[in-house]
Unconditional design. Structure first.
Length: 397
């Protein structure tokens, strides 16, 4: 029996998602003693300490710029409800100095709850410039011999499947901007090699880049019949046509080809109508996958906002390899937010560098535009969320 209990506890530990664990922090709270009411001052000092503990954890999840710019959002939605984000706390010490009650606490703050609220109020989205999203999902329902996908020959640009429609609704409700592909259909030219249900990352990136999408979500959804299945556990349970839907999708950064998140989902649905069983199975699977993707994207962005993200710099016009050493030193010593520089490749006159940068590619591009390194001038020719292109000229010419 003892072994079973231990095994159950270990199993529960493994099953709890990592993001739900609390972050342990120490914080000090203070409150003035009014009318000699120490009990009231003590309560307010504890409230102040809890708020400061939550502020510490929020500070590890958003940039200092975001904390300043979105202060009112954080104040209204998180800081004024600090108790709701603290799982537990203990008082380490307390004292009175100069008619001020001072409390030191150690608090376990739920990072999972804070992440959820940050996502709900759209801070990560606003810091990322609310990127535009495009969907490339092939769909095959019960009774269909082949999948349908608008970039192929089996459907038109105006056709929106059950899965894509469901995902669009969920992403829009979570603050994402979704591209209306009908509005940009005139821009899209699909290569014959890309007219397939299962797209490669390069193919999805190529199609989405024609629409100025920053994120492309691509993959497949297939619903199959499981025949008539009992809808209950009783031997007398009626049998309904049942469908099983499976989905596998990826979210890709179209700027640099980075995979932001992946998700898979499955759902089984019985219904008196086989087609309706397939429709509902696809819809439910799409809901699961959408929420997985959004959580994954937000987690990735929160990590980048609290730490740094990779920005690629492509440079042309280099006539001396020594320039790269000067440029690297310039980045690390004079450009705020640069945390590391890696020269990825160099073949005269071109070079590519990966920059660990606390900010967006556009911010870095603006910082570099017009800067001089020795006799060379940096001319920024293009800047995106994760890439900057630079032409090096001599003497500004």
């Amino acid at each position: 029996m003892f072994r079973k209990i231990i095994f159950s506890l270990v199993l529960i530990t493994f099953l709890v998602p990592a993001y739900l664990y609390a972050g342990s922090v120490t914080a000090r709270g203070q409150a003035a003693i009014v009318n000699n009411d120490k009990a009231m001052a003590r309560d307010k000092a504890i409230e102040d300490a809890l708020r400061r503990a939550v502020e510490q954890v929020v500070g590890t999840m958003v940039t200092s710029e975001s904390k300043a710019k979105d202060f009112q959002l954080l104040e209204d939605n998180i800081y004024t409800h600090s108790k709701g984000y603290v799982e537990s706390y203990k008082i380490v010490s307390e004292k009175v100095e100069d008619n001020v009650y001072i409390v030191d606490i150690q608090a376990d703050v739920s990072t999972g709850k804070i992440e959820g609220k940050l996502k709900a109020i759209g801070i990560a989205l606003s810091r990322k410039g609310k990127p535009r999203v495009m969907f490339l999902i092939s769909e095959q329902n019960v009774g269909q011999e082949t999948p349908s996908y608008w970039w192929g020959t089996t459907a038109s640009v105006s056709d929106i499947g059950i899965v894509e429609n469901t995902m669009i609704n969920i992403f829009q409700k979570n603050g994402f901007t979704v591209i209306d592909r009908q509005a940009v259909s005139g821009k899209i030219k699909v290569k014959d090699a890309y007219r397939v249900a299962s797209l490669s990352s390069d193919a999805a990136k190529s199609i989405a880049n024609q629409t100025d999408a920053q994120i492309v979500i691509f993959g497949q959804a297939i619903a199959k019949s499981l025949g008539n299945q009992p809808i209950g556990t009783s031997p007398d349970s009626p049998k309904y046509p049942t469908a099983s839907a499976n989905m596998s999708v990826r979210a890709l950064n179209t700027d640099n080809g980075e995979i932001l998140a992946t998700a898979t989902g499955e759902h089984v649905y019985p219904h008196p109508s086989e087609i309706s069983a397939g429709n509902n199975a696809l819809k439910m699977a799409a809901e699961k996958v959408s929420n997985q993707l959004i959580d994954g994207i937000m987690e990735k962005w929160n990590q980048e906002l609290s730490g740094g993200q990779m920005v690629s710099i492509d440079i042309t016009g280099i006539d001396d390899p020594g320039f790269l050493s000067e440029f690297k030193n310039f980045l690390t010593q004079q450009i705020r937010g640069v945390q590391g520089v890696q020269i990825r490749k160099f073949k005269k006159p071109d070079a590519s560098l990966d920059i660990d940068y606390k900010g967006k590619g556009q911010d870095l591009g603006l910082e570099l535009s017009g800067k001089k390194i020795g006799k060379s001038v940096l001319e920024v020719t293009d800047m995106q969320q994760n890439t900057v292109k630079i032409k090096v000229t001599k003497g500004g010419k």
